[in-house]
Design a protein around this ligand. Structure first.
Ligand code: SAM
Length: 276
């Protein structure tokens, strides 16, 4: 997201000021309809995701060995990461709440899959000949059921970038619960953690997230924290962190602090009052 908070409240923060969790969806839809996606659009897929997918990491071994593993990108925006994963052999579902966003992503995917830009690859020579998966852009609300593909048995990969940080903090535990429901038993949730430089007490979006993923996923907390807690390896929570690393390349907005975390789901009962 582009607005520099050091210059005072950005356009995005002002737009969402005084909107509670029920008014978030209309907030995003309005931004799409008034052509303000420049507030978060970075113009290319995540270098950190591409590098990781091409790294042949052990945690991805069972997934990338499947024919056309299924990936989900919630809040996919224009669909840069959707296309990048499809070009690496995934069948990818991009989910967007805004119809305008959906139409924009479909147009982008059609053009980009026909003539992929180099920015979709880290190692162009090795990967540009990969089998290309299908792209499906779905209009729907991540928190509601019913948009999942037919015969749905869980996604092999879910990628979150600037989706959690876009949500009102009261929606965080609902995000974790939904991720848990949507992941296949042997699937992985990949998060490009951003923004980690931002003070947790400042308004968003983007909302500062340092320590929030750990609280939500490893500890089973509600993700509403004022300062990052200590990260411990053997906490009991809905997810186990399999990998945590600083990517060699990421977007400039990360100010050199972006981290990649990779999670698998554990058996877990979320509290009944988890908001969606
Ligand atoms: C900050 S933008 C990030 C877009 C994209 N990940 C990117 O990096 O360009 C957040 C996106 O999530 C979408 N969104 C917000 N809430 C959603 C929801 N509940 N279900 C699906 N999409 C949602 C918004 O319309 C917006 O496009």
């Amino acid at each position: 997201m582009a607005a520099p908070e050091s210059d005072g409240p950005g356009r995005l923060i002002s737009h969402f000021r005084n909107r509670d969790s029920k008014q978030q969806l209309s907030g995003w839809t309005e931004l799409w309809e008034t052509d303000q996606s420049d507030l978060w659009d970075r113009g290319k897929p995540s270098p950190a995701l591409i590098e990781f997918i091409e790294s042949k990491a052990e945690v991805l071994y069972n997934i990338t060995n499947k024919y056309r593993p299924k990936a989900l990108i919630p809040g996919c925006g224009k669909g840069y990461d959707v296309v990048a994963l499809a070009l690496h052999g995934f069948d990818v579902y991009g989910l967007e709440i805004s119809e305008t966003g959906v139409a924009t992503a479909r147009r982008y995917a059609e053009a980009e899959l026909g003539e992929p830009t180099e920015y979709n690859y880290h190692d162009l020579n090795t990967w540009s000949s990969s089998d290309i998966g299908n792209v499906t852009i779905i209009a729907g609300d991540f928190f509601q059921k019913g948009w999942e593909p037919q015969g749905f048995q869980g996604f092999d990969v879910i990628y979150d970038y600037t989706f959690l940080c876009a949500l009102h903090p009261s929606m965080r535990q609902g995000w974790a619960r939904r991720m848990h429901e949507l992941l296949a038993p042997d699937g992985v949730l990949i998060c490009l953690e951003f923004p980690l430089w931002k003070d947790l007490t400042l308004p968003g979006p983007p909302w500062g997230l340092k320590g929030v993923y750990w609280n939500l996923l490893a500890m089973g907390g509600n993700g509403i924290i004022n300062q990052p807690g200590e990260e411990e390896i053997d906490k009991e929570g809905p997810f186990r962190r399999l990998l945590y690393f600083k990517p060699q390349r990421s977007y400039e907005n990360g100010r050199g602090t972006d981290m990649v975390s990779v999670w698998s789901a554990l058996p877990w009962q979320f509290p009944d009052d988890t908001h969606e």
